[in-house]
Design a binder for this molecule. Structure first.
Ligand code: ADQ
Length: 439
């Protein structure tokens, strides 16, 4: 079976968050099952690849051509599509994001012709289930980003008929909603944990699409993300001062020391690693700081993203020297040191489709304190490998932290290291869904 995965990011070529980890790892896990998956990404100028051809497509009534690049990484074939709009430094966050990703998706439809199935990821590829001439599976990684477009622009750019502009297809409160199109037109829709698959069918988590998801519930599947155990392995991680495993955890103490030295903090150390986004519950962390400090905890926050949150974090760092460190950087090495060297990882998300950071931390022997939502619920054993709290409130988070330290973070950490986060089972579930879609 030849599958084309279409996504905006994939590890190790382009990574902003967890989507990249998933799109990077899934093709490797599918290979032993007889699925040959190729990953198609926009050709960002910072990605080196060999030019292997050209793709012709129509956009806004004009014939255009885009170079096609190829690169192999870890046995996976990556194709890079050089449509205009991607010769920039960042992956997202430009005023014309919708236009450039639509152009990418239109051109990607041409590339898909050589494959049995398209697997489209998130809003940036959501046009493909509608336009690709091969069956499509659509995966929702995050319902918060849906891709809303002015209908006049959308139909001008894509050349699609206005007859698609109705409630059962692309229309969403007067605009075109790309993610809605992905859900409606895919043969199967997946999301990244069983709990999130349930939650998004409710008004609380559905972000306006819960009705659409309920209508299409028969083809909606929750498949838990795995971890790339080669990439995230404390026994082989080059970013750590010394390797360690469950059998010999001595290296973990060295990681802790290195983390203290690097950040100027000491223990008991609570860490947050991830994008700075309203989704992630950083407002709870910010509000909990005075109490955490009183109780003798130290706090490290590492991440980039929302400027308002960054500002608030800078201020909290300034007001609490020696207790709070805010590292505003995308830094793989420091992230690994935090997963290994912190006493606990905080994941107080408002909602969480799956979440990888809590799995990474458990694999590195660091228990998470997380909110009981989405994939966090599905990957943390409450009281055994981490602590889950219910209420979205600073008190909920504080209660979780105190409970963890009563239970003993070391014991929970050791149990977390035993957990199986491999992709194997999930890859088989995807294969089942692919078969249904090809049906
Ligand atoms: N400043 C930084 N420095 C270094 N590394 C950093 C970093 N900020 C983030 N990362 C890395 O980015 C990844 C984050 O992945 P998550 O799945 O936890 O969240 P994200 O919200 O990005 O993903 C979305 O998609 C994934 C994939 O489906 C879902 O699991 C998740 O719930 C959904 O919100 C991890 O590999 C983490 O180490």
């Amino acid at each position: 079976m030849k599958v084309l995965m279409v996504a905006p990011e994939a590890y190790p070529l382009v990574k902003v968050g967890g989507l990249a980890d998933v799109v990077g790892a899934l093709p490797k896990a599918l290979r032993p099952l007889g699925v040959e998956a190729t990953v198609l990404l926009p050709w960002h100028r910072f990605v080196e690849a060999q030019r292997v051809g050209e793709v012709a497509y129509a956009f806004a009534g004009q014939e255009e051509r885009a170079p096609l690049g190829e690169r192999w990484e870890g046995g996976v074939r990556f194709l890079l599509l050089g449509v205009p709009g991607f010769e920039r430094d960042r992956v997202y966050g430009y005023h014309d994001d919708v236009e450039r990703y639509l152009r990418f998706a239109v051109a990607a439809g041409r590339v898909a012709l050589g494959f049995d199935l398209v697997h489209a990821h998130d809003w940036t590829a959501a046009l493909l289930p509608l336009t690709a001439r091969v069956p499509a599976v659509y995966t929702i990684h995050n319902l918060a980003h849906q891709g809303l477009v002015d209908p006049a622009l959308f139909f001008h750019w894509t050349g699609l008929p206005w007859s698609l502009f109705h409630m059962e297809a692309l229309e969403f409160y007067g605009q075109v909603n790309l993610m809605k199109g992905g859900i409606v037109f895919a043969r199967a829709v997946t999301t990244v944990s069983p709990s999130y698959a349930e939650e998004i069918q409710t008004p609380e988590f559905g972000m306006g699409l819960d009705g659409v998801l309920r209508r299409h519930a028969g083809k909606l599947f929750g498949i838990l993300n795995g971890l790339d155990l080669e990439v995230f392995d404390p026994a082989k991680d080059p970013h750590l001062p010394a390797p360690y495993s469950r059998e010999d955890v001595r290296g973990k103490a060295l990681a802790q020391k290195a983390l203290w030295e690097r950040t100027g903090l000491k223990g008991p150390l609570l860490a947050y690693v991830g994008r700075l986004d309203g989704q992630k519950g950083l407002d709870l962390i910010l509000k909990a700081v005075p109490r955490l400090k009183e109780l003798g905890f130290y706090l490290l926050v590492q991440g980039v993203g929302n400027e308002g949150l960054a500002q608030a974090l800078r201020q909290v760092e300034e007001e609490n020297p020696g207790f709070v460190r805010f590292v505003e950087a995308y830094d793989e090495a420091l992230a690994r040191l935090a997963y290994a060297g912190a006493d606990a990882l905080l994941v107080p998300s408002r909602f969480e489709p799956c979440g990888l950071v809590q799995m990474i931390a458990q694999r590195y022997g660091t228990p998470p304190v997380a909110r009981a939502v989405g994939g966090l619920k599905d990957t943390i054993e409450d009281g055994r490998t981490g602590v889950l709290f219910q209420t979205y409130h600073p008190e909920g988070l504080l209660y979780g932290v105190l409970r963890l330290f009563r239970l003993g973070p070391e014991a929970l950490g050791l149990r977390g290291m035993e957990k199986d986060f491999s992709w194997e089972r999930s890859a088989r579930a995807y294969l089942e869904v692919y078969r249904k879609a090809l049906g």
